[in-house]
Ligand binder design. Structure first.
Ligand code: GDP
Ligand code: MN
Length: 393
């Protein structure tokens, strides 16, 4: 769940990270500030500066005029309904700091650079040595001295070292406390009198952890139309199928434009299958995960839903080796679903690759209906290749 800048900054404030004075408004009439201001479009995206979403007004009338340009218009294709009006802080330097996860090494990582601002992505490409990144052990936590080491390694010296590392330390505490997948300040501005202040903020909370932050999320309020991806009708129907029966998972899905319906599963294996299908030039119609021994009924209904969509006439069924899902139940559900859709299993199911518990019984059913199936000697990658070959690119 991506928080807006003003929401991220509220959290910063609660956690003693300095932010500029400001307020969020949804109408120009509510603006009262006389001092030079920054007018910032509140959209769930960065890169606003470059897209004309961050404007400056020197007095009330100019600030109102800038706000008028933003409210009701689109920035980076997002409708702007709110702007953040902040005092225009004079700064002489922009720094970057963030905490996120290194998903390859599976560790939290802290990233810092003395050259922050709107060109940070460019800097990462041209001068990677100017960005210091350090992972840490989540069980040991992150201490103040860890922050000081990172900031010092990036070349911050003298009077700046302590205030900057203390802000970095607090940012990492925010990252951990709110179960964030990202907590970023870019830029952290250094004012002319040597103070540091977060000019922009970006926090993303792990969707799987939102139940731990119900109060915070209730306080943040409703997400507006156009600002979040809404479920499609197809996705909603799939999720209803999933809820019809408590056994197993079959129905949590994301819809795409392709022609190949997917029943894939097993955590990482579903991602592997999906990626492999894309690699071989296939066009998935959906991403979904099945697992946990779904009932025949649930699998059948999901297959019927997939095949009811215009443009889908083939499906692929791929999982890793299963121990807690019965292969025969999935096979039965898939075959039933295809038949009840008025199609032939042998022509519709491009590949069935679920090895594991009750596979002999499962393969017997598939054989009877002429469905191409494979066991664990065929890799997920190879099964995906077969599916694409049979479904067409
Ligand atoms: P982003 O482009 O979406 O990341 O939006 P930012 O909030 O980071 O704003 C883009 C740029 O505008 C920043 O990198 C700063 O250079 C500048 N900026 C934003 N707020 C202020 C401010 O209060 N004072 C000054 N001097 N510059 C600001
Ligand atoms: Mn920024």
């Amino acid at each position: 769940m991506r928080l807006y800048e003003f929401e991220s900054k509220k959290i910063f404030q609660t956690n003693n990270i300095p932010i500029p004075k400001g307020e969020v408004v949804n109408s120009v009439d509510k603006i009262q500030t006389q001092t030079p201001s920054v007018v910032k479009a509140q959209i769930p995206s960065g890169g606003r500066g470059k897209a004309g979403g961050v404007l400056f007004g020197k007095d009330l009338s100019e600030t109102k005029e800038k706000a008028k340009q933003l409210i009701g218009n689109k920035i980076k294709n997002f409708p702007v309904s709110k702007v953040l009006i902040e005092e225009h802080v004079q700064i002489e330097k922009e720094l970057f700091m963030a905490a996120t996860y290194d998903t390859t090494r599976k560790l939290p990582v802290v990233i810092f650079s003395t050259e922050g601002g709107v060109d940070i992505e460019e800097l990462a490409k041209t001068h990677p040595e100017k960005i210091v990144s350090r992972s840490f052990d989540i069980l040991k936590g992150f201490q103040e001295h860890n922050a000081r080491e990172i900031v010092a390694d990036a070349g911050v010296k003298g009077n700046d070292l302590l205030p900057v590392s203390s802000i970095l330390f607090r940012l990492v505490q925010v990252f951990l406390k709110y179960d964030a997948t990202l907590a970023e300040i870019n830029p952290l501005g250094k004012t002319k009198d040597g103070k540091f202040i977060a000019l922009d903020g970006h926090i993303e909370i792990d969707d799987d952890a939102t139940y731990r932050h119900k109060d915070l999320i209730a306080e943040l309020g409703e997400r507006e139309e156009g600002q979040v991806k809404k479920s499609t009708e197809f996705e909603k129907k799939a999720s209803e199928i999933d809820k019809m029966d408590h056994r197993g998972v079959a129905g949590r899905m994301i819809e795409f434009d392709g022609n190949l319906g997917l029943l894939i599963g097993g955590g990482g294996a579903s991602l592997t299958s999906f990626d492999a299908i894309k690699k071989y030039g296939g066009k998935p119609a959906n991403y979904c995960e099945i697992g946990g021994n779904p009932s025949v009924f649930k699998v059948k209904e999901l297959v019927k839903l997939l095949l009811s969509k215009k443009g889908i006439n083939k499906i692929a069924v791929i999982m890793n080796v299963v121990s807690n899902t019965r292969v025969d139940l999935v096979a039965r559900g898939v075959v039933k679903g295809v038949i009840e859709s008025g199609k032939k299993p042998s022509e519709t199911i491009t590949v069935f690759r679920i090895p594991g518990a009750w596979e002999d019984e499962g393969f017997k059913i598939l054989k009877k209906y002429g469905v191409p199936y494979c066991d664990r000697t065929v890799s997920i990658d190879e099964a995906a290749r077969m599916a694409v070959e049979r479904a067409g690119k």
